[in-house]
Write a protein that binds this ligand. Structure first.
Ligand SMILES: Nc1nc2c(ncn2[C@@H]2O[C@H](COP(=O)(O)OP(=O)(O)OP(=O)(O)O)[C@@H](O)[C@H]2O)c(=O)[nH]1
Ligand SMILES: [Zn+2]
Length: 217
């Protein structure tokens, strides 16, 4: 089937779709789709492709639009996300495990993906944040060109700085496509990074968090 015949794809170039007012579409402040589009066209020529052939004609525009989502975290931080808190008077550890992570390695602009586990001890006020905000926090720092180590520390530091968490442990495990699709070609290899702050530096508390993260039903 020709691309132009496929349902949904024909509309990709319509005025309506170009307006980028899709619900939830919140591109970074410096987002310039025209520049991305021009660059992708050049890129296609550079790899020896014909950007005017049928299947590629709308690709630069599609990539430009996709970049508004894929890099939506650029220029943002977790401050506003972590402003919404609830009074639970809970002063024990909270763990959100297996949060999916999708990011781009800043060296090759290839994806790395996997999971994040976040443990935190609420601030002395006992106020906790909504569970979804932790997952959104990971997204804010993942949706940009990144390295896994920085992603890990940025999530941990945001929880201390913006929520006032008394302790934080962030563990991220990802597979990097730049190590599997090309280069050293080691499919299945996973990189594990961690960042620990405050009371979770205590060996016993940290061990408790790690065992809860590792436990499986
Ligand atoms: N520390 C760290 N390194 C990363 C991450 N993502 C990719 N890399 C590495 O970044 C390095 C870039 O190395 P270079 O020698 O400049 O680039 P390269 O010639 O493409 O390297 P190869 O991948 O070994 O072919 C590679 O070793 C990647 O594995 C990350 O999140 N953290
Ligand atoms: Zn890479």
């Amino acid at each position: 089937m020709l691309e132009s015949e496929r349902p949904g794809l024909e509309a990709a170039g319509s005025e309506e779709e170009q307006s980028d007012d899709r619900p939830g579409f919140d591109p970074p402040s410096g987002y310039d789709p025209d520049r991305i589009e021009a660059a992708v066209r050049e890129f296609l020529i550079g790899i020896g492709e014909d950007p005017d052939r049928d299947g590629l004609r709308n690709t630069p525009r599609r990539v430009a639009r996709a970049c508004g989502e894929l890099f939506a975290g650029l220029g943002k931080d977790g401050r506003t996300l972590l402003e919404t808190t609830f009074d639970m008077s809970h002063d024990e550890m909270v763990i959100i495990r297996d949060i999916s992570v999708q990011s781009f390695c800043e060296h090759h602009l290839l994806p790395f993906q996997g999971v994040a586990h976040v443990a935190y001890i609420p601030p002395p006020s006992g106020r906790v944040t909504g569970l979804s905000k932790i997952a959104r926090l990971v997204d804010v720092y993942a949706k940009r060109p990144q390295v896994q180590e920085r992603l890990t520390t940025e999530v941990a530091d945001a929880l201390v700085e913006y929520l006032g968490a008394r302790g934080v442990l962030v563990v991220i495990e990802c597979e990097h496509l730049c190590m599997t699709m090309r280069g050293v070609r080691k499919p299945g290899s996973r990189t594990v990074t961690s960042a620990v702050r405050g009371q979770l530096r205590n060996p016993a508390t940290r061990a408790e968090a790690m065992s809860l993260i590792a436990s499986r039903p």
